[in-house]
Design a protein around this ligand. Sequence first.
Ligand code: G4P
Length: 531
Amino acid sequence: MAEEYQKEIEKRRTFAIISHPDAGKTTLTEKFLLYGGAINTAGSVKGKANSKYAVSDWMGIEKERGISVTSSVLQFNYDGYCINILDTPGHQDFSEDTYRTLMAADSAVMVIDASKGVEAQTIKLFKVCVMRHIPIFTFINKMDLEAKDSFELLDDIETVLGIRTCPINWPIGAGKRFKGVYDRETKQVSMFQAVSVGGSKSAAETAYDINDSRLQEEIGEELYQQLLDEVELLDGASDALDQELVDKGELSPVFFGSALTTFGIETFLEHFLKMTLSPLPRLSNEGLIDPITAPFSGFIFKIQANMNKAHHDRIAFMRICSGKFDANKDVCHVQSGRKMKLSQPQQIMAQDRKVIDEAYAGDVIGIFDPGIFSIGDTLCAPGKKFEYEGIPTFAPEHFCRLVSLDSMKRKQFIKGVTQLAQEGAIQIFKDYSLDLSEIIVGVVGVLQFDVLKYRLESEYNCEVRLEPLPYNYIRWVKDPATDLNKLKRVSDCKKVKDMKDNPLLLFANEWSIRIVLENNESLELEEFRKN
Ligand code: G4P
């Protein structure tokens, strides 16, 4: 039976695409989809303020702001592969979900704006990829615009992110003088030719061997000489392509291109598909679970409420880790011990959602949540009972005191806040010593505060006030038995505990974290909390 799925699973590639807002993540995703024939025109992935809304049109707040809070999973076929792209929401809708999505991916594509280099949000997402040791591919985008020096960009990635790089191709000029890219393996230069913005695939690219005299004529003596010098430098000084290091996420293959003009996309895809693997075994409390030989299993990494306003429903996003999911068969929800059929399993595409009957390891599907799933839960074939490793809790960066304006509605208020925290939209904390009713809310992206207020009002009928707190850093105390009241020099940080009574510290800046660590030698702080 396993052989039956083997072919399906082996052709799967599941990756997340990460970047700082505006680096070109959406544009690149669209171009991938164009290659896969999944969409016909560019511009259909993201509903912008002035264009028609896509599926994410589920919450008033989104309408008001013209942004998309919902992320999606896009599946397309290309060259015999079945590719799942997991979008990691950026802009204001950056949230803990963005991090969680990375837990479901087998590799990551990092898009960098060539004129900017590594930016803040990329750093945060990158850290999660490193924690997971997944392969990270770099696409340096917008080469058709003025760019930083290519060596400087590599240096930036290496020093800021601490990962080695290996350029697979190399750009010739940039901006108005962008002529194309040189493939270091084939020693061919693909000449840059912009394709109309909304157009389909790239035009037939002209390619020359690096020794072809026509190349010199086309790009001019100066750029040609520069190319020869740079290639020599690269061959002498840069890391060799070591697939083992790529697999471990220690060496990032780098590509240069321009998503908007559809240049360098096909090359990227081809190399990427060759260098990445189909889903690998995942760790559970019963050891590694093989994606092919083990029966169906998966875990929930994200829960989205209110996808359908009329029903207040919740959709759980499940990453399938082994075997085949069959909508007609029962599955077991390990945490509750319940056997059930998953209703309305669906593929969450940007444009629409499609009810599906089957899916395989590597795929991500949305399932209806009857209110029993939590983030990190395992689902598997009946008779099995293992649990996949939990999803870490990521550090929120914004904190507010949450005050209920109507003391008569205390019960609803607590219920609402607890449910929203369970869903993973927010994290809640309380003061370490005073067991007052003070609730502190932490979020990764500030928009979550608006979402919280909106949802408490619209779903739980509770008016609330959010009072900002001057902290931006949170650290879990590694040893939960630590007595925070015994720590020295903690005057400018706030001592709190989470709902499981784990001790934590809130800091205003990195400097105060250092001071506390210096003054308390045995104290160990953590940025993620493994659950
Ligand atoms: P994001 O998802 O990472 O936030 O970025 P997105 O793809 O939305 O791209 C941000 C802006 O950069 C868009 O312009 C997009 O057209 C542009 N862009 C993306 N890739 C390239 C590229 O390779 N070259 C050039 N020149 N521009 C690129 P916008 O004006 O903000 O949006 P739009 O009106 O074009 O949609």
